[in-house]
Design a protein around this ligand. Structure first.
Ligand SMILES: CN(C)C(=N)NCCC[C@H](N)C(=O)O
Length: 288
């Protein structure tokens, strides 16, 4: 089993994650809190109240865990294609796989990474939603004092299953959308690259960026539900399950609720995925 894809997936994922985290914090807050009037209001309030550090809340844990999550995503995708088409990463430029194979391999990668991502994403969302400024002497400390404390508190208060809160919504969000992600990337690369040649860096950047946007546009409705399920249970349990969360949210806030965070998700998706794909392809090419 080729391991280069796992290592390249890890490094490229970490670069993309660091770049996109401030956007992600604004998105999560818009999706789960009703105190903001929009993106600009959320950015201004976060900055005033918590300084620039507020945008980087909850980043350390995903940065540590991206090693597992992104290497599972890219490693499983590439190895699933190897099983389906009997071609290696290098051979696929000369013998491109069908879009059906790309989609199936992408869905497989998305499905398996969702289970590694679920606890890490839960901790990230809980930390991002803490709007208290950094602890001042005499002030009440925030509920979670860091990722390890957050994981331990969830485990203690909500049991081991609590660490997988929102995992169903996450799996439903990621399985088809990661298929769409890789199909869009492949399709755009093929449009701008002569047959048998490797795509240029500019092509990889643009294709990666648009693959990110296309997949996040489709993923946003379930992303909203996932974030709400992850925040549920903090004070009291509001939803009886995923479907109840969908129906209750739509009834209270209208269908527009499913598109909360769409603009910021798309703005984040382009640079994050352009950098992720560029570094992934670059690393694989430099390793031969
Ligand atoms: C729409 N979805 C769930 C995806 N396209 N997932 C694949 C990886 C996305 C990248 N790490 C990011 O955070 O944008």
């Amino acid at each position: 089993m080729p391991v280069e894809e796992f290592v390249a997936g890890w490094i490229s994922g970490a670069l993309g994650l660091a770049l996109g985290h401030p956007f992600d914090t604004v998105k999560v807050r818009l999706q789960t809190q009703s105190t903001y009037r929009g993106i600009v209001d959320c950015i201004v309030k976060t900055y005033r109240h918590e300084s620039i550090l507020g945008f980087f809340k909850g980043m350390s844990f995903p940065l540590a865990s991206i090693a597992v999550v992104n290497s599972v995503l890219f490693g499983v995708y590439s190895n699933a294609l190897l099983v389906l088409t009997a071609t290696s990463h290098q051979e696929r430029r000369v013998q491109p796989p069908s879009y059906t194979h790309v989609f199936i391999a992408g869905c497989t990668g998305g499905f398996l990474q969702a289970y590694c991502l679920a606890p890490c994403d839960l901790i990230k969302v809980r930390l991002q939603n803490q709007t208290e400024p950094r602890a001042q002497p005499g002030s009440r400390p925030p509920r979670y004092q860091g990722p390890v404390h957050c994981a331990a508190s969830i485990f203690r208060e909500e049991g081991p299953r609590g660490l997988f809160r929102g995992a169903w919504a996450l799996t439903l969000r990621d399985t088809p959308t990661v298929g769409i992600y890789f199909v869009t990337y492949e399709w755009l690369c093929r449009q701008f690259t002569p047959d048998g040649r490797t795509p240029s860096s500019a092509t990889v950047l643009v294709a990666g960026g648009f693959a990110g946007i296309a997949s996040w546009v489709v993923a946003t409705p379930l992303d909203v539900i996932k974030s709400r399920m992850q925040m549920d249970g903090l004070k009291r349990s509001e939803y009886r399950g995923l479907l109840d969360c969908m129906v209750t949210s739509a009834r209270r806030e209208g269908l527009g609720v499913f598109f909360r965070g769409l603009t910021i998700n798309s703005a984040r998706a382009f640079p994050v995925n352009a950098v992720t794909f560029l570094s992934y392809e670059y690393l694989l090419r430099s390793w031969g």
